[in-house]
Design a protein around this ligand. Structure first.
Ligand SMILES: [Zn+2]
Length: 606
C-alpha cells in the first residue's frame, strides 16, 4: 500500500546504527561491525552485531537478523507497515494516504464489521444477564464459572429464537449484505437472514488488541455439534488468533500457558493462571507461533494427556521450538483436561502441576516409550530407534550428550554407543546433501512441502538462498562466474520470484545483503523468516571465504542446481513418456529427453 519510492526514502534516511542505538548500546567494534548486548535474548557477552556498510543486523546467539525495518518490527513487536510508519515519523517522511478506491472500501468494510461484531457481543452479553438468560447462567454455574469471570471474557448467550440478533442489528440500520459478511447469519430459503447461533453459550473471540473478530458457541446440553464457530471473515482468519491473549498479554508472569479450548482457558484464568491462552485446536499454526513469540519465550502446554501426544499436537510443539520458544509440557493426571482437574482438585493442586511441567524432549521420549509399549511390554528395539531419532534432531550437542546418558541407562547400553548412534543420525541428513562449501547450519534440513503461507522449504531451497547470499555479499562475483545464473536455475514458485528480482539486481552489480533481505520478506524456511537466514549467511560468509573461494562456491552451487533441475526434468519426461500412446507426442518427448541427457553429460564433464 505504501509506494516503493517512499519506502526507499524512509530506509535511506534511517541509518541502521543510529536506529539500533536508540535501543541498544553498541560499544564494541570488531572488524567493520559493531557489537552490543542483544535486545532479543538475555546474554552477558555481546553477540548482537550491526554492519554499517551492509545496513543489516544479526545476533549470533538467537539468530535474529534483518534490515532496519525488521529491527523495528522485532523490537516494537509490530507489523511491517507499522514499522515503516514509525520510521517515517522519526525520519520526518510523510506517507501519502492511499487514494486507492479499493483500499478505502476495504478499510471501511473492516471498520463496519468490527462495529457489528462488537454490537453482537454486547447483545449476547445482555441476553445472558437479562430476564431470558437463565439457561446460559445455569450452565455457567454448573461449570463453576463466576459472573465476574463471565464478564471478564465477555461471555454471552444466544436466545432460543431464530432471529434475535438479526432484529437487534436491524434497529441499528445495518444492511443484509453487510450482515452476511460478518458470518453471524445464514440465508433462509426465502432469502431472509437468520442467526447462526441459537440457544448457545457465546464466546467472543478477541484479537490481541482486544477487538472482537469472531465468535464460538457451545450447546447447553449434550446435542451436537458441541461447538460451532463463526466462519472466517475479512477481519478474522482461522489459526491467526489465540483465545484469551488480550488478557494474558498483561499478566506479570513471563510465560504463556497453552490450553485447547474456551472452557479450559476460562477455568485457568479463574484459578489465577492469568497467563493462559487457548489455541482452539491442538495443531498450532506458524502464525500462532509467531504471535506467541511476540509476547514470550516460554510456553507451558497444558492439553489433556491424550491430545498432547497426537502427531498434530507434536508438530505444533516443534513449530514453537523452531521459533526459539522453550516448551514444557504439563501432564494432567488420569487423562483429564485442565478445566475438569481444577474443578475436582482445586487451583492449588493445579499450580503444583504447572511447576512440574516436563521439558519438551522428556515429554517426547515419554510419549515414544508409551507408544512402543503394549500392555506392560516395552518393545525396546522400536523404542531405541524412535528415541535416537528424537535426540538426533536436538541442535545443542551438550543436551544431546546429557540425554544420551539417560537413554543409555534406560536401554542398558553404554553411553558411548548411544551417543555415537545419535551423532551419526544428527550429522547424516546434512552430510549427504549439503553443498561442500556451505556455511554450517545455514538452514536446517527440511522435508515439509511448500504451503501458501510463504513457507519455502526443501533442501534445494536452502542451497539456492545460499547462492543468492554469495552474490549479494560480493557484487563483483558476477563477473567471475563462468555461466551466469538465470531464474530457471531456481525452484519454481516463490523462490523463483525472489531469484528473478535478485538476479536482475545482481547483473547490474546492485544486489547487496540489505536489498536481498528485503526481497525475502514474507517467506519462510522451516518456520524461520528468510531474512534471518540471509542476514546470518551475509554476516558469516565474508569471514569464511576469500574472494577466489566464493567464485568457486558459486560455480559449484550453480552446477548442482542445474544438475538437479535436469534430473527432475528427466524424471518428468520419462513419466510422461510411459503415460502416453500418441506416437507424435512420444517422438517429441524422446527428442526432449535426448537434449536433457546431453546437457546432463556436458554438465557432469565440467
Ligand atoms: Zn540475540
Amino acid at each position: 500500500m505504501i509506494p516503493e519510492q517512499v519506502i526507499e526514502e524512509i530506509k535511506s534516511r534511517s541509518e541502521l546504527v543510529a536506529v539500533v542505538e536508540q535501543y541498544v548500546r553498541l560499544d564494541k567494534r570488531s572488524g567493520s561491525n559493531f557489537f552490543g548486548l542483544c535486545p532479543f535474548h538475555s546474554e552477558d557477552t555481546p553477540s548482537f552485531s550491526v554492519s554499517p556498510s551492509k545496513q543489516i543486523y544479526y545476533c549470533f546467539g538467537c539468530h535474529k537478523g534483518g534490515n532496519v525495518i525488521h529491527f523495528i518490527m522485532d523490537i516494537e513487536k509490530c507489523s511491517y507497515v507499522q514499522a515503516i510508519q514509525l520510521l517515517a515519523d522519526r525520519a520526518g517522511v510523510a506517507i501519502p494516504e492511499p487514494d486507492d478506491e479499493a483500499y478505502r472500501k476495504r478499510s471501511e468494510l473492516n471498520r463496519s464489521l468490527q462495529t457489528i461484531c462488537l454490537e453482537a457481543a454486547r447483545y449476547y452479553f445482555h441476553c445472558l444477564t437479562g430476564a431470558n438468560g437463565a439457561p446460559g447462567r445455569e450452565y455457567l454455574t454448573k461449570r463453576g464459572v463466576t459472573s465476574q469471570t463471565a464478564r471478564k471474557f465477555g461471555l454471552g448467550y444466544a436466545l432460543e429464537e431464530w432471529d434475535g440478533l438479526y432484529r437487534h442489528l436491524l434497529t441499528l440500520n445495518y444492511q443484509d449484505d453487510l450482515l452476511m459478511k460478518s458470518g453471524l447469519f445464514k440465508r433462509g430459503k426465502t432469502g431472509g437472514l437468520y442467526d447462526l447461533f441459537r440457544h448457545r453459550l457465546i464466546f467472543p473471540i478477541l484479537d490481541a488488541m482486544g477487538r472482537v473478530v469472531a465468535f464460538g458457541g457451545r450447546v447447553l446440553d449434550d446435542s451436537v455439534p458441541k461447538y460451532i464457530n463463526s466462519p472466517e471473515n475479512p477481519i478474522y482468519t482461522k489459526g491467526r488468533h489465540l483465545y484469551g491473549l488480550n488478557l494474558a498479554k498483561s499478566s506479570r508472569k513471563n510465560c504463556l500457558v497453552m490450553v485447547e479450548g474456551y472452557m479450559d482457558a476460562i477455568a485457568m484464568h479463574q484459578a489465577g493462571v492469568d497467563n493462559t491462552v487457548a489455541s482452539l485446536g491442538t495443531a498450532l499454526t506458524e502464525q500462532q507461533a509467531q504471535l506467541i513469540r511476540k509476547y514470550t519465550e516460554t510456553v507451558i502446554i497444558a492439553y489433556d494427556a491424550d491430545a498432547a501426544g497426537q502427531p498434530a499436537a507434536m508438530r505444533g510443539l516443534d513449530i514453537l521450538g523452531r521459533r526459539g520458544i522453550k516448551v514444557t509440557v504439563l501432564q494432567v493426571p488420569e487423562g483429564k483436561d485442565p478445566d475438569e482437574y481444577i474443578r475436582r482438585n482445586g487451583p492449588e493442586r493445579f499450580h503444583a502441576l504447572l511447576e512440574k511441567a516436563l521439558p519438551l524432549l522428556d515429554f517426547k521420549l515419554l510419549a515414544a516409550r508409551r507408544s512402543k509399549t503394549s500392555g506392560d511390554e516395552l518393545d525396546i528395539m522400536a523404542y531405541q530407534d524412535v528415541a535416537c531419532q528424537i535426540l538426533a534432531q536436538e541442535e545443542n550437542a551438550i543436551v544431546r550428550e546429557l540425554y544420551a546418558n539417560r537413554l543409555a541407562e534406560e536401554l542398558n547400553a553404554t553411553a558411548d554407543t548411544v551417543l555415537r548412534e545419535i551423532e551419526r543420525r544428527h550429522e547424516d541428513p546434512d552430510a549427504k546433501h549439503a553443498p561442500r562449501v556451505a556455511a554450517p547450519h545455514l538452514v536446517q534440513p527440511a522435508s515439509r512441502p511448500a504451503s501458501e503461507t510463504g513457507q519455502l522449504d526443501s533442501q534445494v531451497t536452502r542451497e539456492e538462498i545460499y547462492l543468492l547470499c554469495l552474490l549479494a555479499v560480493n557484487p563483483d562475483l558476477w563477473d567471475q562466474i563462468d555461466s551466469k545464473p538465470a531464474t530457471g536455475d531456481f525452484s519454481p514458485g516463490p523462490m523463483q520470484e525472489v531469484a528473478a528480482s535478485a538476479l536482475a539486481l545482481a547483473s547490474r552489480r546492485q544486489l547487496d545483503p540489505a536489498s536481498l533481505i528485503e526481497l525475502g520478506s514474507g517467506f519462510q524456511v522451516r518456520g524461520r523468516p528468510v531474512y534471518e537466514l540471509l542476514a546470518r549467511a551475509s554476516m558469516k560468509l565474508e569471514e569464511t571465504f576469500g574472494n577466489q573461494e566464493m567464485a568457486a562456491a558459486v560455480n559449484e552451487q550453480l552446477r548442482r542446481q542445474r544438475l538437479n533441475r535436469l534430473r527432475q526434468e528427466q524424471v518428468r519426461l520419462n513419466q510422461e513418456l510411459s503415460a502416453t500412446d500418441d506416437t507424435n507426442r512420444r517422438q517429441v518427448i524422446r527428442q526432449a529427453l535426448r537434449e536433457v541427457t546431453e546437457q546432463l553429460i556436458r554438465l557432469k564433464q565440467n
